[in-house]
Design a binder for this molecule. Structure first.
Ligand SMILES: Cc1cc2nc3c(=O)[nH]c(=O)nc-3n(C[C@H](O)[C@H](O)[C@H](O)COP(=O)(O)OP(=O)(O)OC[C@H]3O[C@@H](n4cnc5c(N)ncnc54)[C@H](O)[C@@H]3O)c2cc1C
Length: 356
């Protein structure tokens, strides 16, 4: 019998597994293979920007990103292109540009040997029994069942644990996120954010990763997402971006938590952390800081209270909920065409950038 079974070895799950007391018997499983020496088969679709909040969390956890996880260029500003108001401004920002897959593998490499790790395993379902939970997962060959006292869903935006543990109640607004990789010959020493209501009421982005431009968008979940994405690429080419041959396409769902009731955290001995709980910024789609933070918070709660962790965890995550309320207020200003226009015209907090 395990004390804790964690579904998902992204930033939330791997942080939790790393920080649980060594005395607990822990299993973490993931459908990806996050071993250092294997090829990327199921790559996480992500911009791979470590925002200041995530940097602060890494500092708080006492870890720093190793050199081999970084990619280039490192960027110190965001160029905001507002197609709705035909305005462009630069703002100073402090991101760290990483290879997201390598980032996840590095976090997994920090999990102690006392934790059982299983990759290429898909969580299927769970069944509550008297005093324990049966967890069913599948590897390449067959289905397995393990018993655990605590089950944790760290399985991201399309969390199967959440779906099964919380059959009623609100889910966060859902967007289709498309990212495509294009060759480029130019250096783009800034991160670009794009506002265009013809494409989405959220936003789109361009991030250079070495010789590639990673272009992404979070588009409302209708059947038009690919068509709208193509329209955006045409507009960016017309605008003057050097967008070369397309090399790779990735896509996934992305959550946008607009109301606190869309956040789900505990149901008896089942807990959610990271994006599975609904912890993601509704203004920027930044989620790594929340994943690290909620993973660490749940570890503290289980270490302190064992199976009675729920009350302690729900108290700790109040600060995350408050932060998401603030980000929603920011979003209501940022995504209001008129208010954004006033802010951009006023040039408040913007900076001049020389043409190179
Ligand atoms: C397109 C896009 C761009 C983004 N860009 C950024 C960014 O630049 N910076 C930022 O901070 N945030 C960004 N985010 C948000 C960020 O990626 C997430 O919020 C963050 O990864 C959440 O971490 P997590 O550990 O909760 O979940 P995840 O990182 O999603 O990890 C979940 C893990 O669970 C595994 N899993 C899922 N289902 C199962 C199953 N049934 N069985 C077994 N394993 C399973 C997955 O393989 C995965 O490894 C972006 C998101 C998207 C979609």
């Amino acid at each position: 019998m395990y004390d804790v079974v964690v579904i998902g070895a992204g930033p939330a799950g791997s942080t939790l597994a790393r920080m649980l007391n060594k005395g607990f018997k822990v299993l973490i499983l993931d459908k990806r293979n996050l071993n250092d020496n294997s090829d990327y088969m199921r790559e996480k679709c992500c911009g791979g920007l470590i925002a200041p909040d995530a940097q602060k969390m890494l500092a708080h956890l006492g870890i720093g990103i190793p050199e081999e996880v970084l990619t280039g260029p490192q960027m110190f500003s965001v160029k905001s292109i507002d197609f709705d108001n035909r305005l462009v401004r630069h703002y100073q920002r402090h991101y760290i540009n990483v290879d997201r897959e390598k980032f996840d593998r590095w976090l997994v490499s920090l999990i102690p040997h006392s934790v059982d790790i299983k990759f290429n395993c898909i969580f299927k379902s769970f069944k509550k029994q008297d005093g324990y939970i049966e967890v069913k997962y599948r590897d390449d060959d067959r289905e397995h069942i393990v018993k655990t006292k605590i089950l944790v869903g760290a399985d991201g935006a399309i969390s199967r644990v959440r779906k099964q543990a919380f059959t009623h109640g609100a889910i966060p607004d859902t967007y289709v996120s498309i990212q495509r990789w294009y060759k480029t010959n130019n250096e783009m020493p800034y991160y670009t954010s794009i506002f265009d209501r013809d494409i989405t009421d959220f936003y789109s982005w361009i991030i250079q990763k070495g010789k590639y431009l990673l272009i992404g968008s979070a588009i409302p979940d209708d059947n038009e997402a690919n068509k709208k994405f193509d329209l955006m690429i045409d507009r960016l080419r017309d605008y003057g971006f050097d967008i070369g041959e397309e090399c790779k396409r990735t896509g996934t769902m992305i959550m946008r938590t607009r109301r606190l009731k869309q956040i789900k955290t505990t149901n008896a001995n089942i807990a959610l952390i990271g994006e599975a709980a609904g912890f993601i910024s509704p203004s920027s789609a930044e989620g790594i800081s929340y994943a690290l933070k909620s993973g660490a918070m749940l570890a503290h709660s289980i270490n302190k209270c064992n199976v009675d962790f729920a009350r302690d965890y729900n108290i700790r995550i109040k600060s995350i909920k408050s932060n998401i309320i603030i980000k929603n207020i920011k979003a209501s200003i940022m995504y209001n065409r008129f208010l954004r226009k006033i802010i951009m015209i006023s040039k408040v907090l913007s900076m001049n950038v020389e043409d190179v």
